[in-house]
Design a protein. Structure first.
Length: 252
């Protein structure tokens, strides 16, 4: 028998369903025909440095040519140990590749433009540069870390975080903020029989100022502070993320 969803998460899920229902039944803010027109999307971001083509990786602005920007065997081993022992690690794959930050700034500006036009931030994946970014990080970090044969799950999203307006009415919007702390997967869904992780959630900040405690960085609970980490069937397994031991993941 499944474990009931915590009340806070249930309220958030219901609010998101109402948002989806509203988006489905109301007249769309844009004619649906334009959604298939690349010029609509390039015009939306000012026709600047974001592109919509049939070959998103052909002219990747995120190609990492410096060997110092790629994971060494020691880097991969050390990070794998951190993930296994504390459950998280903070990396900066482009620390030695400063030329990529102008492209990240273009993606950040694109998310703002999408938000202003009424599109959920996940529409950033319309643009080639979003996929080029993922491709560059995949080859520089994730393949060396996870080993050959790892695959990218079709579970991608983008968030445009801001503090909600403090009113008595609820105005949820997809991609704006998190309704509740949560655990993406139960322990038994992302670990093998030897308790080695088989799934890895990764967050990539686009903000030019990095991810900080003030602008919405992730907070995680270390394994040694998570009383129910190894108990996926315990009612508190999904709720134990509410912990005073949560650590902010600062990415400068």
């Amino acid at each position: 028998m499944g474990v009931p969803m915590p009340a806070e998460m249930a309220r958030h899920a219901i609010s998101q369903l109402f948002v989806l229902e509203k988006l489905f039944f109301e007249d769309p803010p844009h004619p649906t025909s334009v959604l298939h027109d690349p010029t609509h999307w390039t015009a939306l971001v000012g026709g600047s440095s974001l592109h919509v083509t049939s070959s998103p990786l052909a002219n990747s602005a995120f190609s990492i040519t410096s060997s110092s920007s790629k994971f060494s065997t020691d880097d991969a081993t050390g990070t794998s140990v951190l993930l296994s022992e504390q459950g998280y690690a903070v990396l900066d794959p482009f620390a030695q590749a400063s030329h990529t930050y102008s492209s990240l700034a273009a993606l950040e500006a694109g998310v703002h433009a999408l938000h202003a036009a009424g599109y959920p931030p996940a529409f950033i994946f319309v643009y080639d540069e979003a996929w080029a970014y993922l491709d560059a990080v995949w080859g520089a970090v994730y393949e060396p870390l996870l080993g050959p044969g790892c695959v990218l799950e079709a579970d991608l999203n983008c968030w445009h975080l801001h503090r909600p307006v403090k009113t008595t009415a609820s105005n949820p919007y997809i991609g704006v903020n998190f309704g509740a702390a949560h655990r993406d997967l139960g322990f038994d869904q992302c670990h093998d029989a030897d308790e080695q992780f088989t799934s890895l959630t990764c967050w990539l900040p686009l903000n030019r100022h990095g991810a900080t405690a003030d602008n919405g960085c992730m907070h995680v609970v270390p394994i040694d502070a998570d009383d129910f980490f190894y108990a996926p069937h315990h009612p508190q397994h999904r709720r134990s993320v509410h912990s005073p031991s949560a650590v902010p993941l600062i990415v400068p």
